[in-house]
Design a binder for this molecule. Structure first.
Ligand code: HEC
Ligand code: HEC
Ligand code: HEC
Ligand code: HEC
Ligand code: HEC
Ligand code: HEC
Ligand code: HEC
Ligand code: HEC
Length: 429
C-alpha cells in the first residue's frame, strides 16, 4: 500500500470518529458534564453572583475561591505576602494557597518553586502564615503542579495548562467555585434559573469527600506524629457513632470555618454545635472547672492533631480533626505503623493528644486517672440538699479543686489560651 491511501484512511477516520468530549474530574473522580445537564458548560462564579448575591458573598469569605491566585490576586488577599529569597514577582506565575495555612509559589515554567534561580535546593520555599516562618517543601526536587483536580473548577487531564512543562492537567476556573460542587451551570442560567433546573444539589459527605480526602485507605494517613491535612472525610468515617453525619449537618458549605485571610471568626460557618445534639453532656459539663475556664467541647474532641503548615508542639499542629471519640486507655496509641510500613491514625483520639496539649507537664496515666472520675464534671459543685439542722454550713470537700494540672508549664499554656477564651466569649454575645 502506498502512502496516499493511509493518509486518506486517516482523514476518513478523523471525519467519522466523534470528537472526544473533554473529561472533567473532581478529586479522584471523573465527572463528565452529563451528570448535570449534557449541554451545560462551566461559566464561573461571577455569573452566579447576579441572582445569588448572598451565596456569592458568603463564598468569597471562605477559603474555597483562593486556592490558586495570580500575583495580583495574592497581593490583594494577603498584602504582606513575602517571596522566596532571590525571587521577584516577575518570576511568579501563580501563588498556591495561603488563604489559611501556607503559601507555595509556581514559577513561569509551571513547576512549584523548590530551587534557587541557579538550580540549588531552596530550603525556604513554603511560607507559614500563623508562625510567619518558612519551611522546606520538596527542596531541590522537580515538583509539578499535579493538584488541579482538588483546587480548581472544571479540571481536565486531557491537556496541560498553557502547555507548560511543570503543569499536569488544566482547569476552566481557578479555585473551588460554585460549579465545583453544583456542576456546570450554563443551562441553569440559560433557562432563567430555578429550583431543580439543570443544577446539581448534592448534600452527601461524599461530595466534600471528593477533595477532603487523601488516597483510598480507610484509615487516615499520618506522618511525623500527626494526621496529614485534607483528610476530613476519612476522619469522619472513622468516628464511630458520628460517622454517618453529613458535613453539611454542621457546616454551611458556603461559609468559612477556619480563621483565614477573609475570615476573622474561627467557627463562623458552623450551623450546628455539639451542644445542640448532646444537651445531656453539655448540661453535665456546665459549671465544671474546665467549662468555667473556657475549655470547649472541640478543644478535647477536635484537637489540632492534623498538620498542614507547622506543628506547635509534640501534640498540637494546625488542623482540627473530625474523629470526636476518645479512647481513654492510657496504653493505646493514636498513630500506628501498618503492614505496608506507612503511618496511619487510629479511629479515635488518645489522651495525650486530647489532654496534654494544655496539661503539658502531665502524662497519659495522669489523664486516665481523672477521666475515670467523669471528665465532664471535674470540680463541679454538687447540688447538696439543704441541711436539716441549723448548724452553720460547711464547705463540702469535693468543691476544693485538685491543684494538679494548673502549675508549671501548664500555666503558660493557660495564658496562651486566654485570647482564645476571650474570643469564644465575645462570639457568644
Ligand atoms: C463546597 C461546595 C459548594 C460550593 C463551592 C458552593 N455550594 Fe451551593 N450548595 C452546596 C450544598 C452541599 C448545598 C445544599 C445544602 C445547603 O443548602 O446548604 C448548596 C445549596 C445551594 C443553594 C440552594 C440552597 C439555598 O439556601 O437556597 C444555592 C442557591 C447555592 N448553593 C448556590 C451557590 C452559589 C451561587 C455558589 C457560588 C458562589 C455556591 N453555591 C457554592 C455546596 C456548595
Ligand atoms: C438568572 C438568574 C440565575 C442565575 C444567573 C443563576 N441562578 Fe441559580 N437559581 C435561580 C433561581 C430563581 C433559583 C430558585 C431559587 C429558589 O427557589 O429559592 C435558583 C436555584 C439554584 C440552586 C438550588 C437548586 C435546587 O434545586 O434547589 C442552586 C444550587 C443554584 N441556583 C446554583 C446556581 C449556580 C451555581 C449558578 C451559576 C452557575 C446560578 N445558580 C446562577 C436563578 C439563577
Ligand atoms: C485530594 C484533593 C487534594 C489534592 C490532590 C491536593 N490538595 Fe491541597 N488541599 C486540599 C484541601 C481539601 C485543602 C484544605 C483542607 C486541609 O488542608 O485540611 C488543601 C490545602 C492546601 C494548601 C493550603 C491552603 C491554604 O489556604 O493555606 C496548600 C498550599 C496545598 N493544599 C497544596 C497542594 C499541592 C501543592 C498539591 C499537589 C502537589 C495539592 N495541594 C494537592 C485538597 C487537595
Ligand atoms: C473541588 C474540591 C473541593 C470540594 C468538593 C470541597 N472542598 Fe472544601 N476545600 C477545598 C480546598 C482546596 C480547600 C483549601 C482552600 C484554601 O484554603 O485555599 C478547602 C477548604 C475548606 C475549608 C476550610 C477553609 C474555610 O473556608 O474555612 C472548609 C471548612 C471546607 N473546605 C469545607 C468543605 C465542605 C463542607 C465541602 C462539601 C460541602 C467541601 N469543602 C467541598 C476543596 C474542596
Ligand atoms: C446532628 C447531631 C450531632 C451533632 C451536631 C454532634 N453529634 Fe456527636 N453524636 C451524634 C450521634 C447521633 C451519635 C451516636 C449516638 C450514640 O452512639 O449513642 C454521636 C456520638 C458522639 C460521640 C461518641 C462516639 C463513639 O462512637 O464513641 C462523641 C464523642 C460525640 N458524639 C461528640 C460530639 C462532639 C464533640 C460534637 C461537636 C463537635 C458532636 N458530637 C456533634 C450526633 C451529633
Ligand atoms: C476536658 C476534655 C473534654 C471536654 C471539654 C469535653 N469532653 Fe466529652 N469526653 C471527654 C473524654 C475523655 C471522653 C471519654 C470518656 C469515657 O469514655 O469515659 C468524653 C466522652 C464524650 C461523649 C461520649 C460518652 C458520653 O458521655 O456520652 C460525648 C457524647 C461527649 N464526650 C460530648 C461532649 C460535649 C458535647 C462536650 C461539650 C459540651 C464535651 N464532650 C466536652 C473529654 C472531654
Ligand atoms: C459534627 C459536626 C461536624 C461535621 C459532621 C463535620 N464538621 Fe468540619 N468542623 C466542625 C467544627 C466544629 C469545626 C471547627 C470549628 C472551629 O474551629 O471553631 C470544623 C472544622 C472543619 C475544617 C477546618 C479545620 C481547621 O482546623 O480549621 C474543615 C476543612 C472541615 N471542618 C471540613 C469538614 C468536612 C469536609 C466534613 C465532612 C467530611 C466535616 N467537616 C464534617 C464540625 C463538623
Ligand atoms: C484546652 C485546654 C485544656 C484541655 C484540652 C484539657 N484541659 Fe484540663 N484544664 C484546663 C484548664 C484551663 C484548667 C483550669 C481550671 C481551673 O482549675 O480553674 C484545667 C484543669 C484541669 C484539672 C484540675 C482541676 C479540676 O477541675 O478538678 C484536671 C484534673 C484536668 N484539667 C484534667 C484534664 C484532662 C484529663 C483532660 C483531657 C481529657 C484535660 N484536662 C484537657 C485546660 C485544659
Amino acid at each position: 500500500m502506498g502512502r496516499f491511501p493511509i493518509v486518506l484512511l486517516a482523514a476518513i477516520l478523523i471525519i467519522v470518529m466523534p470528537v472526544a468530549a473533554k473529561e472533567y474530574v473532581i478529586g479522584d473522580q471523573k465527572t463528565p458534564v452529563a451528570k448535570g445537564d449534557p449541554a451545560a458548560t462551566y461559566v464561573g462564579a461571577e455569573k452566579c453572583k447576579t441572582c445569588h448575591p448572598d451565596k456569592y458573598e458568603d463564598w468569597k469569605k471562605s477559603g474555597h475561591p483562593y486556592k490558586l491566585m495570580t500575583p495580583e490576586e495574592a497581593k490583594a488577599v494577603r498584602p504582606d505576602i513575602p517571596l522566596p529569597e532571590g525571587y521577584t514577582w516577575d518570576d511568579i506565575l501563580y501563588v498556591l494557597g495561603g488563604w489559611g495555612w501556607k503559601s507555595r509559589y509556581i514559577g513561569k515554567d509551571g513547576f512549584i518553586i523548590t530551587k534557587t534561580k541557579d538550580g540549588q535546593p531552596l530550603e525556604k520555599n513554603q511560607y507559614n502564615w500563623e508562625t510567619e516562618t518558612w519551611s522546606a517543601y520538596h527542596s531541590g526536587e522537580d515538583k509539578k503542579y499535579d493538584c488541579t483536580r482538588c483546587h480548581n473548577t472544571g479540571s481536565t487531564y486531557d491537556e496541560n495548562h498553557m502547555d507548560l512543562p511543570g503543569m499536569v492537567g488544566n482547569w476552566t476556573f481557578r479555585g473551588v467555585q460554585c460549579e465545583a460542587c453544583h456542576g456546570p451551570g450554563s443551562e441553569h442560567i440559560a433557562r432563567g434559573g430555578g429550583k431543580g433546573v439543570a443544577i446539581i444539589v448534592n448534600e452527601s459527605a461524599e461530595l466534600c469527600g471528593l477533595c477532603h480526602v487523601r488516597g483510598t485507605s480507610s484509615k487516615p494517613p499520618a506522618k511525623g506524629g500527626f494526621i496529614r491535612h485534607h483528610e476530613q472525610y476519612q476522619e469522619l468515617k472513622n468516628s464511630g457513632g458520628m460517622a454517618n453525619l453529613k458535613c453539611i449537618t454542621c457546616h454551611d458549605p458556603h461559609k468559612p470555618v477556619h480563621k483565614g485571610a477573609t475570615n476573622d471568626v474561627e467557627g463562623y460557618g458552623i450551623i450546628k454545635q455539639c451542644e445542640d445534639c448532646h444537651a445531656d453532656v453539655a448540661e453535665v459539663f456546665e459549671g465544671s472547672n474546665m467549662q468555667k475556664a473556657g475549655v470547649r467541647c472541640i478543644d478535647c474532641h477536635m484537637p489540632k492533631a492534623a498538620k498542614s503548615a507547622v506543628a506547635e508542639s509534640k501534640y498540637v499542629a494546625d488542623v482540627r480533626v473530625h474523629l470526636f471519640r476518645i479512647n481513654t486507655d492510657p496504653n493505646t496509641e493514636f498513630i500506628f505503623k501498618a503492614d505496608d510500613g506507612k503511618e496511619y491514625a487510629s479511629g479515635y483520639l488518645t489522651l495525650d493528644y486530647v489532654c496534654l496539649q494544655c496539661h503539658e507537664d502531665k502524662d497519659k496515666a495522669w489523664a486516665a486517672s481523672y477521666v475515670e472520675k467523669n471528665i465532664h464534671e471535674l470540680g463541679k459543685v454538687k447540688e447538696t440538699p439543704a441541711p436539716a439542722t441549723t448548724a452553720p454550713p460547711t464547705q463540702p470537700p469535693e468543691t476544693a479543686p485538685p491543684k494538679k494540672g494548673v502549675c508549671g508549664p501548664t500555666s503558660l499554656a493557660l495564658l496562651a489560651l486566654l485570647p482564645l477564651i476571650g474570643a469564644a466569649a465575645r462570639r457568644r454575645l
